[in-house]
Design a binder for this molecule. Structure first.
Ligand code: GTP
Ligand code: MG
Length: 138
C-alpha cells in the first residue's frame, strides 16, 4: 500500500511536539499528501474509534481524543502502513523501541502521541473520514 493515515494526538500537540514529529516523519521518507490542524468533537472521536467501542478504555480514548486539537495527515510511501507503524513504535511507550516516535514523545498507553492506520483499507477509510478526495494531493 502506498498511503497511510496519521493523527498527532492532543498530548503531543499540547506538549509542543508537532514540529519534531513531522521532522521524524519526513526524515523517514514519508510525503505529506494532506494535512489539517483540527479538533474532534466527542461524537466524531467516538465514530472514528467505533471498532474499539466494546473495549474497556473506549470512553477514556474518546474523551482524550476530543480533549484538544490534533494534526490529521495522509502520508505516502512504499509499504506506508507497516513502515509507519514501525516508525511510531508499540502502543505502550514503555514497550516502544528506542528512537520511535512513541518512545520519544508519548507519556502513557492512552496518551501515546500519534495514531497510525493498521491496514490499507483502514488508511483509506480514515483518510476519507478527515479529508475530501480533492484535499488529498496524490
Ligand atoms: P492507534 O494507532 O492509535 O490506533 O494505536 P494502536 O493501533 O497502537 O493501538 P489500538 O488500535 O489497539 O488502540 C487504539 C488506541 O487506544 C491506542 O493508541 C491508545 O491511545 C488507546 N488505548 C489502547 N489501549 C489502551 C489502554 O489500555 N488504556 C487506555 N487508556 N487507552 C488505550
Ligand atoms: Mg490502532
Amino acid at each position: 500500500g502506498k498511503i497511510t493515515f496519521t493523527m498527532i494526538k492532543p498530548d503531543a500537540v499540547k506538549n509542543g511536539h508537532i514540529g519534531a514529529i513531522l521532522a521524524d516523519i519526513n526524515q523517514a521518507g514519508f510525503k505529506i499528501l494532506a494535512m489539517k490542524y483540527t479538533k474532534l468533537s466527542a461524537e466524531k472521536a467516538g465514530e472514528f474509534y467505533e471498532v474499539h467501542k466494546e473495549r474497556p478504555f473506549y470512553g477514556e480514548l474518546v474523551d482524550f481524543m476530543s480533549s484538544g486539537p490534533i494534526v490529521a495527515a495522509v502520508l505516502e510511501k512504499e509499504n506506508a502502513v507497516e513502515d509507519f507503524r514501525k516508525l511510531i513504535g508499540a502502543t505502550n511507550p514503555a514497550e516502544a523501541e528506542e528512537g520511535t516516535i512513541r518512545a520519544k514523545f508519548a507519556t502513557s498507553i492512552g496518551e501515546n502521541a500519534v495514531h497510525g492506520a493498521d491496514s490499507d483499507d483502514n488508511a483509506e477509510r480514515e483518510a476519507s473520514f478527515h479529508f475530501a478526495q480533492t484535499e488529498i494531493y496524490r
